[in-house]
Design a protein around this ligand. Sequence first.
Ligand code: FES
Length: 161
Amino acid sequence: METQLSWDESRAQDIIASKTGLEGPLLPILHELQETFGYVDARAVGLIAGALNVSRAEVFGTLSFYKDFKRQKPLGRTIKLCRAEACQARGAEDLAERFEQATGCRIDGGFHGGVEVETVYCLGNCALGPNALYDGEIFGALTDEALAALHARAAREGAAR
Ligand code: FES
């Protein structure tokens, strides 16, 4: 199970400090903050700007440019469902449609019962599609039942946060 921490300034500072020596440190910092906390807190913007000696606007611009970065604490759990070509060829679109009908949960429609399902384009497991990513793990050859079970698990784990 994911162990995402609550916002912790000294932890965030450690993460930032560990990457300032990299070439192009901004994206690696943002990624690690998001992995650690589940989102990039607005309070990180000033810390990063100070550590990298860039403007807050520059940090904020990068943070808002990439859709993958979340700027608010997630309200629950996220399942990423691949709908790129190879997974489509293996039935991802029909799977997605049946899932929406069965659960009333709209894909890319935000949180519903503590779970959101987001479209992604390729998880690198094309031969075993359709694929979904949840909690750092790829679930391949998804059936209706497997996706429903994953969704139920995410709802349980989302409620337990
Ligand atoms: S197309 Fe879905 S994993 Fe590559």
